[in-house]
Design a protein around this ligand. Structure first.
Ligand code: SF4
Length: 370
């Protein structure tokens, strides 16, 4: 059994209709529940919950501080390569985009590492496009061996892999894997991923199962907000999260909420999500899962990030560059998408301290791996 079996028992149109039919009474029941069910979650992210946003935010804030204390984890991506053999309609690295392709060699990786370390980070998220020949397991094994001595822990956001690959990478010090479904709308998924290995919806859908079976410490889930109706997509993300939390209970989970950003050759969002709606979604996830980590990237504006850190977020990226080589050399190559919050990590850390948070520069200490 995998998540696919669970997923197939649901129908997008029915889920969507159920969400949009929720009433104030459903929302009030969800707010009073000691355990928030999936049905309650549907009520909390429905339009009927909008008038209850203040109440949701207060609850979300309390639950988050109870579980995570006054800490805020900082993370930073290190883009190793922008080569990609997939066509994704929303991404600057898409194969049909004629841009200069770059994969970092050892010297370039170490130069990026040095800049990131100087910013204060002891944790890094390695990111690549999907180019099996150039950036496959051999490249990853080598990159991990090269980078591991410099950081307490390492996360990866690369193409979905087989279970055995995840096992091997974990043995080399990989701590977390992020893999976003982009959208759970199967027909639209095909439209947005017309070519390349990523067009295989099922293989992607079952990736968290392979990560869970491989025993990776932590995994990140999410959808790309803007491709489809965010409420329905988020319901499926929560369904996926619930299934995984029960089945791979020793794994930690995080959720991200990337809103579609402009990029070279990219498409405009089909669905716009307002700031208030994003706050509603963050609070709904927190009420649904008091232990899930919720992270916010530099796609969001400084104003929005400064306000939302109090309401349920537990991790922020800061100082990000989304082009390979972009830390050591600002002009290195084309970025994956535009950044909204350009502030330096030290500035973000000051902002957090002023708001009563302790910035945390790593997710895990290497001593626990022994
Ligand atoms: S989203 Fe990922 S797989 Fe798709 S084009 Fe961009 S880098 Fe390649």
């Amino acid at each position: 059994m995998s998540f696919k079996d669970v997923f197939q028992a649901y129908n997008w149109a029915d889920v969507s209709a159920a969400i949009y039919q929720k009433t104030a009474a459903d929302v009030e029941r969800a707010l009073g529940a000691s355990t928030v069910t999936l049905d309650d979650f549907a009520a909390l992210l429905s339009p009927a919950a909008v008038p209850y946003l203040g109440q949701m935010a207060a609850l979300s804030q309390r639950l988050t501080r109870q579980r995570f204390g006054n800490t805020m984890q900082l993370y930073i991506p290190l883009y190793l390569s922008n080569e990609c053999q997939n066509i994704c309609t929303y991404c600057g690295f898409s194969l049909d985009n004629h841009l200069q392709r770059k994969t970092l060699d050892d010297g370039e990786i170490l130069r990026e590492v040095a800049v990131i370390k100087k910013m204060g980070y002891d944790h890094v998220l390695l990111v690549t496009g999907e180019a099996q020949q150039r950036v496959g397991m051999d490249y990853f094994r080598h990159a991990l061996e090269l980078i591991r001595p410099h950081f307490a822990n390492i996360s990866m956001e690369v193409q979905p892999m087989d279970e055995e690959d995840y096992r091997q990478l974990q043995a080399l010090g990989l701590h977390a894997v992020l893999v976003y479904q982009e959208t759970y709308h199967q027909d639209d998924y095909k439209k947005h991923h017309p070519r390349g290995r990523k067009s295989n919806f099922d293989y992607r859908l079952e990736t968290p199962d392979r990560i869970g079976r491989a025993g990776i410490h932590k995994m990140g889930l999410g959808v790309l907000i803007g491709l489809e109706d965010w409420r329905t997509d988020s319901f499926f993300t929560a369904l996926h999260l619930q299934y995984l939390e029960r089945r791979y209970w020793q794994t930690r989970y995080s959720i991200s909420f990337p809103r579609l950003r402009p990029c070279a050759g990219g498409l405009p969002p089909k669905v716009e999500m307002s700031d208030r709606e994003l706050v509603q979604l963050i609070c709904a996830y927190r009420l649904f899962s008091p232990t899930v980590e919720l992270s916010l990237s530099t796609r969001e504006t400084p104003h929005f990030r400064d306000h939302v850190v109090q309401l349920g977020i537990t991790a922020l990226s800061a100082g990000s560059r989304t082009n390979p080589g972009g830390y050591a050399n600002a002009e290195a190559s084309l970025e994956q998408f535009e950044i909204s919050d350009e502030r330096a990590p030290a500035t973000i850390a000051d902002m957090l301290q002023r708001q009563g948070f302790e910035p945390v520069w790593k997710d895990w200490d290497a001593v626990y791996d022994r």
